[in-house]
Ligand binder design. Structure first.
Ligand SMILES: [Zn+2]
Length: 252
């Protein structure tokens, strides 16, 4: 069986969060309801280390934007789902400085702990959100370790890791394993397969204009099309066209 692991970012009204890497709460709710009505089981990333059910789906939210916690928990839970937020500890309660002029507020520790109490998973998205594939092994380990320690010291059970931009180098998965992680999430353009390495599982990015037809297209057809040409410094959303590999999945 193949498992859709979906990657969202912001969750808010367009008037608050715009279109970039955002999904409106009602659309997210519709996505979740689509799966719950069809009997899919919502898996947390930490459950992916074990065998997967015949019909499963995994929802993930990168960066732990304040809007994702504020609107996303309700939109997901009210449709019968559950999911995971990936936090950047050095910037928790601050803003997504890597977005430049488009920086948006990130959730604070209290919001993350509340989500955890509701059953959502909170995971490691590195300490400062670099492209790990461009760092030395020492720097990568430091990013992952600092984030792990910050999360656990704030009462967060950090059980899985998610690589910013889907960027990984040849040693990234091994380094994350050294910290005890058994599941790592990258980006791809297809559902995950049981044969995929658990430390570099592909996820499908969804955003503002993705209604149910586009959700289905991305789940079932996108991987059949040729890959798009990679460009330099592509924003997160552009990474969806790139297959996960042992090199930086986000382009050159
Ligand atoms: Zn990110």
């Amino acid at each position: 069986m193949q498992l859709p692991i979906l990657c969202y970012h912001k969750v808010g009204p367009i008037t608050e969060e715009g279109r970039r890497l955002n999904i409106e709460p009602r659309r997210l709710h519709a996505h979740v309801r689509f799966f719950s009505r069809r009997g899919f089981r919502f898996l947390l990333p930490r459950e992916l280390a074990a065998s997967w059910p015949e019909r499963g789906v995994c929802l993930t939210f990168d960066d732990a934007y304040a809007s994702a916690l504020r609107y996303g928990c309700e939109a997901v839970a009210s449709a019968g789902g559950i999911g995971a937020f990936y936090a950047v500890p050095a910037l928790v309660g601050k803003s997504s400085v890597w977005d430049g002029d488009l920086a948006r507020p990130l959730a604070d520790w209290d919001a993350l702990r509340r989500a955890q109490e509701l059953g959502f998973e909170i995971g490691n998205h590195t300490n400062t959100h670099p492209r790990l594939g461009g760092l030395s092994e020492v720097e990568q380990l430091e990013e992952l370790k600092a984030a792990h320690h910050a999360l656990t010291s704030e009462g967060i059970e950090s059980k899985t890791v998610c690589y910013p931009y889907g960027s990984i180098g040849p040693a990234t998965a091994r380094l994350a394993s050294l910290l005890g992680y058994q599941v790592g999430l990258a980006l791809g353009r297809r559902r995950a397969r049981p044969s995929d390495p658990k430390m570099t599982l592909p996820r499908i990015v969804l955003a503002y204009s993705d209604g149910l037809p586009m959700l289905l297209y991305k789940l079932h057809l996108l991987h059949l099309l040729p890959k798009r040409k990679r460009g330099k410094n592509l924003p997160d959303l552009e990474n969806v066209g790139n297959e996960v590999s042992s090199t930086d999945a986000s382009g050159s």
